[in-house]
Design a protein around this ligand. Structure first.
Ligand SMILES: C[S@@+](CC[C@H](N)C(=O)[O-])C[C@H]1O[C@@H](n2cnc3c(N)ncnc32)[C@H](O)[C@@H]1O
Ligand SMILES: [Zn+2]
Length: 552
């Protein structure tokens, strides 16, 4: 309460003009204005509270860490705003197309004006009523200071009500102060609400076009209620910062939280995304719903996925085809995916059946190592390429609107170039380390894959990633050919690399520059962190070291 009383006193020293409606509103609405300084107290000029600005919003700084705020999440918030802007225009477009379709189905004589709507554009009354799409309703389920909710309200045109929810009273009080501080528009759109997000989401089924989950660590506990709370065609935006768990540091914890075993490969950050997506899908299908991922990124120290949610009992049946187990060789790190389900070609209904035995032998055919089995992971595409390209071109056209423009445009550039049907990737460094050979350049390796008739791209998750539809045997053959041109020192025979090199390649690799291959890039794909302390933050309530305001 001390902060709120200080807040009232701060404002009372400044609210002089009756024309300053916004300030008066803040003052009148200060949560503790009734219990603030009594007339008998000596007048006290409080120092102006320090504030933090991000995008078009400004919030009160909280050095005591009683409410969570991490400046580094500006990348997360800016990207979410970019996705939200595109989602709103896309939803409008889908709505218009649907309406046009329905209009065309109505015979002209049933129209109020008797004219053919297809040629005149006139509408039947009922359709006219339906024709305007309601402004999308947003739930920020774990709102903390409310910064994100306020930014959505101030920066995303066409957005409707934004509920800023938190189960922490101090957070909700801070939310209220921040909302008032941001003026009429924020106050008219953002509604702070004290509740447990899980209960709130369960009791508001299909009510929100947008649900944002930005938890401490894992979102797992919120997923079952979140997938039920999103409206049909709506979007769930979900972060996970428990990377040690998702990326294989604590495999058993990952299994208990997400129902999937991670494997410690170079692709672990992409695997983390695919584990989270698989987990969201597995919650969705329990409720006859399914997900369509539109953007899925690993950035800084966390992952964030944007998935649309639809309802269809028949589509849910094909869900097993979107999950795969991952077999990874403990010797050479070769990996192979196998779908959980399979289509029986004789069954015209296309209903998947459980898949056959593992597609890999007991021992790796490249190096003789054993396989560990990870997953199941989401093995369908993790991005919608059209969405990625459109969001990228939108943010390029309005770069001034994004504080994190450099970072989010670099990520989206990488995302828009990723091969959609090549889950996971190998790392050029790791392959060369296994063989103990010198690296071919990225351009050479890309060319060799293309010259062998396969596709290849990078990944936003790792600058050295090689994402390809070529099987592991082709990748190793290319490297065997490379080593013939650039011999390695002799190694003990039992090393995985020696075993791989003891086999003759089945294909003759060509490293000459392939057409349409990797070329010099004008825009960056990977950026260093802008400053120190660019990482996760302590939970609210635990004292931080005293930091200057710019480090909060
Ligand atoms: C990481 S912070 C959110 C940060 C915020 N989204 C942002 O962009 O600054 C997580 C918040 O979730 C809240 N929280 C944790 N469990 C919750 C629950 N069951 N229901 C509602 N809020 C919860 C915490 O009080 C905390 O404020
Ligand atoms: Zn192997």
């Amino acid at each position: 309460m001390t902060i709120a009383c200080g807040f009232s006193r701060f404002l009372s020293t400044r609210v002089h003009s009756s024309t300053n409606r916004v300030l008066s509103l803040w003052f009148a609405s200060c949560p503790c204005s009734s219990s603030s300084a009594s007339a008998s107290e000596p007048p006290e000029i409080a120092a102006a509270p320090e504030t933090v600005r991000e995008g078009r919003a400004e919030i009160f700084a909280d050095k005591s860490n009683s409410v969570f705020f991490n400046k580094a999440q500006v990348n997360n918030r800016d990207l979410s705003i970019a996705v939200l802007r595109w989602f709103i225009s896309k939803r409008q477009e889908e709505h218009d197309t649907q309406l046009k379709g329905r209009r065309a189905e109505i015979p002209p004589e049933q129209h109020a004006d008797g004219l053919d709507p297809a040629t005149t554009g006139s509408e039947d009354t009922a359709l006219r009523e339906e024709s305007s799409l309601k402004a999308p309703k947003v739930l920020e389920a774990l709102a903390a200071s409310g910064l994100r909710a306020i930014r959505y309200a101030l920066e995303v045109d066409g957005i409707g009500e934004v509920i800023a929810l938190d189960n922490n009273e101090v957070a909700i009080e801070s939310c209220k102060r921040n909302i008032y501080h941001n003026g009429i528009l924020a106050s008219s759109k953002v509604v702070p609400h004290l509740a447990d997000a899980r209960i709130y989401m369960l009791t508001h089924p299909k009510e929100f076009d947008v649900v944002d989950l930005d938890p401490y660590g894992s979102p797992a506990a919120f997923l079952d209620s979140a997938v039920q709370c999103v409206a049909d065609g709506g979007i769930l935006m979900c972060s996970a910062t428990d990377m040690a768990v998702l990326a294989g540091g604590n495999a058993e914890v990952c299994f208990s939280k997400y129902g999937s075993y991670p494997v410690r490969g170079k692709y672990r950050h992409e695997m983390a995304l695919r584990i989270l997506l698989a987990c969201i899908e597995s919650h969705a299908i329990r409720h006859k719903r399914y997900i369509v991922p539109v953007i899925s990124v690993h950035m800084d120290f966390y992952i964030r996925v944007f998935v649309r949610i639809f309802t269809s009992a028949s589509t849910v049946k094909s869900s097993p085809l979107k999950f795969s187990h991952v077999y990874q060789c403990v010797g050479c790190n070769s990996f192979h995916l196998q779908n959980v389900g399979r289509i029986n070609s004789k069954d015209k209904r296309n209903i998947p059946l459980p898949n056959f035995c593992p597609t890999v032998p007991q021992e790796c055919s490249e190096c003789g190592g054993k396989f560990v089995m990870g997953g199941p992971i989401w093995s369908d595409p993790i991005h919608d390429r059209d969405w990625a390209a459109s969001i990228l071109s939108n943010i390029r056209a309005t770069s001034g609107l994004y504080q994190a423009y450099a970072k989010i445009s670099a990520i989206l550039t990488s995302v828009s170039e990723e091969l959609p049907n090549a889950p996971l990737f190998v790392s050029l460094h790791s392959i060369c380390a296994t063989l103990k050979c010198t690296n071919p350049t990225m351009v050479m390796f890309h060319s060799a894959i293309r010259n062998a008739g396969y596709q290849i791209s990078g990944s936003h998750a790792d600058p050295l990633a090689l994402k390809t539809d070529a099987p592991m045997s082709v990748i190793w053959d290319i490297m065997r050919c490379w080593v013939k041109l650039h011999p390695v020192k002799s190694q003990p025979e039992n090393l995985p690399g020696s075993r791989i090199l003891s086999q003759e390649p089945q294909l003759q690799a060509s490293f000459s520059q392939a057409t349409g291959g990797l070329v010099a890039r004008k825009s960056p794909r990977f950026l260093p962190n802008p400053e120190k302390h660019w990482g996760p933050k302590m939970k609210a309530g635990r004292p931080l070291k005293i930091l200057p305001i710019d480090k909060l």
